[in-house]
Design a protein around this ligand. Sequence first.
Ligand SMILES: Cc1ncc(COP(=O)(O)O)c(C=O)c1O
Length: 393
Amino acid sequence: MSGRPDLKPASTAINAGRGASGSALAPALWASSVWESACLDDAHRRATGVRSGEFYGRYANPTVRSFEQAIAELEGDRLDDIDAMAFASGMGAIATTVLALCSAGDHIVAARQLYAGTLAFLQGPCRRFGIDVTLVDGTEPGAMAAAVQPGRTTMVLAETPSNPRLELVDLDELAAITGPFTAVDSTFATPLGQQPLAHGVDIVIHSATKGIAGHNDATIGVVAAERELVDAIWGYGVLHGAMASPFDALNALRGVRTMAVRTTHQSAGAQRIAEWLNDHPAVAAVYYPGLPTHPQHDLAKRQMRQFGTMLAFELAGGRDAAAQLLDRIELIRCATSLGGPETLICHPMTTTHASLTPQEQAESGVTPGLMRVSVGLEDADDLVADLTRALEA
Ligand SMILES: Cc1ncc(COP(=O)(O)O)c(C=O)c1O
């Protein structure tokens, strides 16, 4: 059993990952990239251990390990033998995991509702390395399972809620697929918003740059899964080299401590703004799992503990209305990341999803009037007032 099963997740977030800081309450920053060995046998032991600490920074680092242990406890709540591994970014986590588990001639089934970087990785490097990829509509019941080629498909990958349109994949349905590894990018939900491993999904991935670190001051990714699987990913990962830096892991662990209170406040703000936008005449559609009008609201209620800090909406006036809105906002900032204290708005078609072809943008629901919002820690009244001014000016 990982961690303390008697604790609720908000308490686990405070309690977990303290192994490398002694009696200090804040995590210790282990900046060293190398450790000294006492003798030949000791050097051999350190060099050949799986995920051995205190040998060389690319193999393991105590500050990074503390962050990994905190994520393992949060994602592995009430599960046996869950571990985690941190990477230099969310893309570092995704690329390393895919390349650790898939080889030339293998086949990946992926929901097409993915962050554009993940999509570009699957369609570019993966295909170049001879890994075949089939994209399906992850919201359609049975579509991912139907695309699996028994004996050839090695991974089924989904993202839920998805970037940028907040579409959901049914975690129970994904977990029921047998044969290939099942993996889910749970970045938008954070480890407090849903628990894919508890549904039976094999691997959960986060860009911890977002809601986990939560302060726009760390670029870091993390993967959690059964220990043996994480060890296998590590075996390739030490060669791939996309390891998390101790400084980013320190900031991310600091973020873990406040994640529950942040995401609770931010989710309440997102619900309020989504409801307000839903009634606004300049807005053609609002995408937020917490709205009864979201086509997968019932699924969201089943698998999410919080509906999340992200929402998207469609401006009836298209691209011109998007440009005007960005010119007029004062409190909300135009920037493309998410999960931090500042409320951010972005126009996916020209930023996060600009690398997609027009057809791929259309398939991903990235339209000229689509705006994505990461709700921050401001008072929701002030955010609604800012949007009111910007939409009605
Ligand atoms: C859902 C999702 N997954 C992965 C990533 C990639 O994370 P990173 O930027 O930390 O590499 C992002 C980045 O925006 C994302 O939104």
